[in-house]
Design a protein around this ligand. Structure first.
Ligand code: SGN
Ligand code: CA
Length: 533
């Protein structure tokens, strides 16, 4: 009898202990962070020692991909574990339905305490989070507004630092320490227009970066690639077409020639108005001498392209340095509070980015640099330090994976799969193909609608709507995707096989020509309404 009473008495305690056994989840996502700019991937552009720590003490994913290479849709895929055409958030423009299930809601339901901090880029009040402190829309780099539990307030300072501080404050002071936690800690950086923190304004000044090999691409055999508006070094004619619409790299906004020599692009000057006098002073001090030197050099042709490429890349990498600092602070907090062992840490981005490959910045295309995304993951209980993952993993898989770790049954209609056993190396059984869709067209950067399938070696893509073009690549022979081998007689069998895989993928995930057509109609009517309203 006594024994029974004791067990009954101890039950809440045992329950609490059991709850604590559930792993915490710290999901770190930055915006537009190319894997080429995470030093753990070995490209040698920059140093990200804190992000690298996650891989050194855990796993690095060499074939991590998104399903739709653009911000808001990617976030919707992460939350729901469903492709864009199922969760409904196909582009940055149309609304996201927060009423649908998401993995944060599922974790909340079993007693997790949940927080969402930083950029989310989805309209409406986030659902599934006990605490949220988010940027409205894209947010600002300097003195940004935040919406904290639904209430807007301006916070002075630099956005990356503020986001980190909000995250640390939640971990230290707002968290219920008896509960397992889920924290989505999501940075705005390194999103365009790459405004760095004051202390990094001169980082890389002593460095010169070489063009990637295919910077001067002629887009032969790839008409959709030729039609984009995301050139780092566009001609004046190209700039004139897109000026105002924000496409190709712009003198003021992107290259920060504080006054546009052609007198058109004053948007960046306007943004400086947001700065405090001290911030502005630091910026002018750093940029004015560099800009004067550039103007005096009267650069042309390849030299001018090289200057633009360097200005772009350095600004981009500078913003990443602050992201890395923040990761370091949060990892230190876990260490110092005995949380490292029982916390799953993921570092990723909402998609990849072009750092001059094909002459570009931005993303959207299913070509590797933007289709891929960095994924690094640490969980000492199950992942060995230095693990390399070469399976085809997608951002679609995060939700079911986290639910798996938390011991929640994965809802049947989630389309991703748990990669828990892949990353612990308990299984080598995994999918051998992945599916991709992109919809936001016509829009900024003018990347045409397309979809496709990628296997370990080959990629088949279809561009449609105002074009009907297939592309195919042999990634083993042509990793830079410069030669479209669609209809190449040497690949007839491969082409047949890839078409079959493409149809299989569309069937498996529930995509179709009818859905594509519906998205086109929705998009056009939405744009029309916006123009009228
Ligand atoms: C803004 C950027 C674009 C970028 C989109 C989407 N222009 O429009 O370059 O492609 O956001 O980015 S900017 O001049 O306003 O920075 S996303 O990450 O939100 O998808
Ligand atoms: Ca993005």
């Amino acid at each position: 009898m006594k024994k029974v009473a004791l067990i009954v008495l101890m039950f809440p305690l045992l329950y609490a202990c059991h709850q604590q056994q559930k792993p915490n989840i710290l999901f770190i996502m930055s915006d537009d962070h190319a894997f080429q700019a995470v030093s753990a991937y070995g490209h040698g552009l920059n140093n990200t020692p804190n992000i690298d720590r996650i891989a050194n003490e855990g796993a690095i994913f060499n074939k991590g991909f998104v399903t739709n290479s653009i911000c808001a849709p990617s976030r919707a895929v992460v939350l729901t574990g469903k492709h864009s055409f199922i969760n409904g958030k196909v582009d940055n423009i149309q609304a996201f339905d927060w009423n649908q299930p998401n993995f944060a809601k599922d974790l909340q339901a079993i007693g997790y305490q949940t927080a969402l901090i930083g950029k989310i880029h989805l309209n409406g009040l986030p659902q599934g989070f006990d605490y949220s402190a988010v940027l409205p829309g894209q947010g600002h780099y300097y003195n940004p507004d935040f919406i904290i539990n639904g209430v807007k307030e301006r916070i002075n300072g630099y956005v990356t630092t503020i986001t980190t501080n909000l995250g640390l404050d939640w971990l230290k002071n707002k968290r219920d320490k008896t509960k397992p936690f889920l924290m989505l800690y999501q940075q705005k950086a390194p999103h365009r227009n790459w405004q760095s923190e004051e202390k990094y304004l001169s980082l890389f000044d002593d460095k010169t970066f070489d063009f990637p090999e295919n910077f001067f691409d002629n887009y032969e055999g790839r008409p959709a690639a030729a039609a984009q508006e995301m050139m780092i070094s566009a001609t004046e004619e190209q700039l004139a077409v897109t000026n105002g619409a924000g496409g190709h790299g712009r003198w003021g906004h992107d290259f920060k020639l504080l006054e546009d020599p052609f007198g058109r692009d004053t948007r960046f000057n306007k943004e400086l108005d947001r700065f405090t006098p001290e911030q502005k002073k630091a910026w002018l001090k750093a940029y004015t001498p560099k800009n004067d030197k550039m103007r005096a050099a009267n650069l042309e042709g390849k030299d001018l392209a090289h200057w633009k490429f360097n200005r772009y890349l350095k600004d981009y990498l500078r913003t990443i340095q602050s992201v890395d600092d923040g990761v370091g602070e949060v990892l230190d907090y876990l260490d110092e509070n005995g949380l490292a062992e029982n916390t799953i840490v993921v570092y990723t981005s909402d998609q990849g980015f072009y750092l001059g490959e094909h002459g570009w910045f931005d993303k959207r295309f299913m070509y590797e640099e933007s289709f891929r995304t960095p994924i690094l993951m640490r969980y000492p209980k199950e992942i060995k330090p230095g693990t390399q993952i070469d399976e085809l993993i997608q951002n679609l898989d995060f939700a079911p994976t986290f639910l798996d770790y938390a011991g929640v049954e994965i809802p049947e209609d989630m389309q991703g799969e748990s990669f828990r056993k892949v990353v612990s190396k308990e299984t080598s059984e995994w999918r051998d193909a992945i599916y991709y869709t992109y919809y936001e067209y016509p829009s900024v950067h003018m990347v045409k609608r397309h979809n496709g399938v990628r296997t370990d070696r080959y990629k088949l893509m279809h561009f449609y709507y105002d074009i009907d073009v297939w592309e195919m690549y042999d990634l083993e022979k042509d990793p830079a995707e410069m030669k479209n081998i669609y209809n190449d007689p040497n690949y007839t069998e491969v082409q047949k096989m890839m078409h079959k895989r493409f149809e299989e993928m569309r069937d498996k995930y529930g995509d179709s020509d009818e859905l594509d057509q519906m998205h086109i109609e929705n998009y056009l009517s939405h744009r029309k309404k916006r123009r009228q309203g």
